[in-house]
Design a protein around this ligand. Sequence first.
Ligand SMILES: CC(C)(COP(=O)(O)OP(=O)(O)OC[C@H]1O[C@@H](n2cnc3c(N)ncnc32)[C@H](O)[C@@H]1OP(=O)(O)O)[C@@H](O)C(=O)NCCC(=O)NCCS
Length: 439
Amino acid sequence: MAESESITKPTARFEDLRGILRYVPQFRQRVFVIAIDGAVMHQPGFASLLQDVAVLQSLNIEVVLVFGARAQIRSLAERRGVPLTSDDGMSRTDLATLEVAVEAITRQASELMADLTALELPVVISNALVVHPAGVIEGVDQEFTGRIERVDSESLRVLLKADIIPILPPLGYDGRGATLRLNSDAVATEVAIALGAAKVIFVSEAGLTCPDGSRLAQISVADARDIARKRDARHDVNLLSKLRYAALACQEGVPRVHIVDGTQDEALLAELFSNEGVGTMIHADDYQQIRKARSSDIPMLLGMMQQSMDDAALVPRTREQIQSKIKDFFVLETDGNPIGCVAVHSYDEEGRRVAELACLFVRRSHKNRGHGQKLVAYAEDVARQRSCSVLVALSTQAFRFFEEKMGFQVTTPDALPVARREKYDRSGRNSKVLIKALK
Ligand SMILES: CC(C)(COP(=O)(O)OP(=O)(O)OC[C@H]1O[C@@H](n2cnc3c(N)ncnc32)[C@H](O)[C@@H]1OP(=O)(O)O)[C@@H](O)C(=O)NCCC(=O)NCCS
């Protein structure tokens, strides 16, 4: 997918702002864990990346920063002539490696503090991780490599509530005076799970690509795990590690994980605040199906949609009205629980068949996970199967969703089939009329 023009064009600043503000309500007071690779901190664009963090903070998003140090540890070890047992905290850390790691990470933390202070961002380096030695793995004593036992989420929450950004270095302390080396992807993941974060964003020095070289824009947890397990040679170990932890985070309740190439200009904001994104999004995948509605679903459907009918987002419907059109209704289930629905009505007109998408609804608890888009795409398929050339939808409150997410266009009521137009005029709802040509 193409990089979002509205974000990257310097001439489109007001557009950018509007685009960003559209997302603000759903992200306000939500936790974003941003994990920055050490290599990115050497890049010329790092200062603007930190400015983007300041933008997030100013939008009332609760930011936790985690940083990696592989590049810094490698370069310090090279200067000192110290052979490393592990540069990423994933395998054995001997004493010499730990000493180099502590020095490199401490210097990095100090530089980060200086940069964030220059942006007037209050930050605190946190020791909220409860850590133990990783112990013996496959017969090898991991020495100073640590394993995260749990996260003191309370102390992090206190900081976040006070608008202070906690910074977590890839080091842990075991309570007996020992310092242990941690992997930063693991730190970000554990912190995000513990805080019930809305997102983890891994800012890496490269992005994930498809076999044809294009950007890998979105993958499910199962696919992320699969690529990580197969050790696909297209991606370096660093990205594979991120995929593995992304899958874990999603599995443990973080809805979305993003991997962005931090060497790209404005990657962080463009990924979060443009429809297309610029990185890779890994999303939680429940077992789902869309099936035909049954008469026995009607009480559940009415119950589920009551609030939206009260709010006038949906046309009020009676049990009898749904029953008479039950063949047009479809239910989206996750693990056997109905979480959304959509209806497709078709009309024969002279020379064309027109489908109407109606009664689109997703339960509040399941919003913003792509279900609405899935239901609309499904309705489009149903309409195509019924040989309809266009799909129309009427909406009072979700017309932007249809326009921006699903490629519909606002049109005039004249586009409605004659029979539907009469009903539209009688209803007095003044809904926006949206249309999409079906190919
Ligand atoms: C509209 C609705 C179906 C969307 O369902 P959903 O599962 O939350 O949508 P998705 O997860 O597929 O898409 C979420 C995206 O759409 C955007 N979106 C959702 N509702 C929106 C609305 N009313 N206006 C503009 N954008 C909207 C979200 O901001 C999000 O954007 P992002 O991916 O860039 O972060 C759902 O909000 C709903 O049930 N609304 C009440 C009933 C209604 O209005 N139905 C339409 C009448 S036919």
